[in-house]
Design a protein around this ligand. Sequence first.
Ligand SMILES: NC(=O)c1ccc[n+]([C@@H]2O[C@H](COP(=O)([O-])OP(=O)(O)OC[C@H]3O[C@@H](n4cnc5c(N)ncnc54)[C@H](OP(=O)(O)O)[C@@H]3O)[C@@H](O)[C@H]2O)c1
Length: 332
Amino acid sequence: MNKKKKYVASENRYQKMNYRRTGNSGLLLPEISLGLWHNFGDVDNFKNSRNLLKCAFDNGITHFDLANNYGPPPGSAESNFGKILKKDFKSYRDELIISSKAGYDMWPGPYGDFGSKKFLVASLDQSLQRMGLDYVDIFYHHRPDYDTPLEETMSTLDLIVRQGKALYVGISNYKPERAKEAFKILKDLGTPCLIHQPRYSLFDRWIEDGLLDLLENSGVGAICYSPLAQGMLTNKYINGLPKDSRAVKDSPFLNSTQVLEMLPKIKALYEIAKNRNQNLAQMAISWILKDDRITSVLIGASKPSQILDSLKATENTAFSEEELDKINKILT
Ligand SMILES: NC(=O)c1ccc[n+]([C@@H]2O[C@H](COP(=O)([O-])OP(=O)(O)OC[C@H]3O[C@@H](n4cnc5c(N)ncnc54)[C@H](OP(=O)(O)O)[C@@H]3O)[C@@H](O)[C@H]2O)c1
């Protein structure tokens, strides 16, 4: 009988990765974490999704980031992740930090979106069921909701922790002013906010304008998403548009016009990366990790080789003043 071999994680998995403290908390996160927004849906190749997770974990990536709506179709990334957890990672649950989120449109009617208690509680219950988990390590409110009282959303996060359905909570996409209010409410409730998940890359630096200082002063960690601007900050578009890339594959989030507009900047940044003996993806990630207020960089990947490539960024996170000046000039 041809019995399939059970996955055994690499013995060396903790030798290559650095782990950073998340704000003032007790939780350490890997400098690079893996997000499951793309490449884990029912439309994707299950074997490849499985290989992505194994490759990540074998190299010290202990944190996998999900959300209720990841797929497509929405929910399918969590279901597929649940299947892979059961097949390959059952005995590693206590070595993993698994997050999910709710805040975007998930099901029809008035209770399937935004930030009400009704939505968040039901959504997390569905996420846990899809993933076959008793709890997630981090549960996020995915985006601010200005129509629901912040007290209601934050007290729901506190409730979820008290119910044992999440160990820590975070917020995502909140601007500094709203984030500050959220941190205060959570602190008063006795469930301090662990982490903020903003978008941050060489092409999108809004968090330098107040948010990073707030996070540092509040003892809250930062995990930055889309560090490669969805693949634009890599070598892949320099010589044309590859057929299997996100920009060409009919993605509503990145198209070829966007890439072509940014191409002069991409090429100029690529020259700086070359002088640092890095490729552009590595330099883009190193550039984020140079700031020790950042806990983790949240990458996406369509191939295991991309994970291995991006991981090399952690080996060179120092930048000279001259390099930073040149980068700033390109970006202005
Ligand atoms: N909180 C939020 O609102 C929010 C929003 C968006 C994302 N996120 C989280 O952040 C994670 C990452 O976001 P993202 O996918 O936009 O991140 P990203 O790292 O900016 O882009 C990932 C894409 O870049 C390409 N890539 C990755 N590594 C590469 C390498 N070394 N060389 C060449 N190309 C490379 C791949 O594109 P190809 O497919 O073209 O190969 C990959 O799918 C998500 O999975 C999710 O967990 C959160």
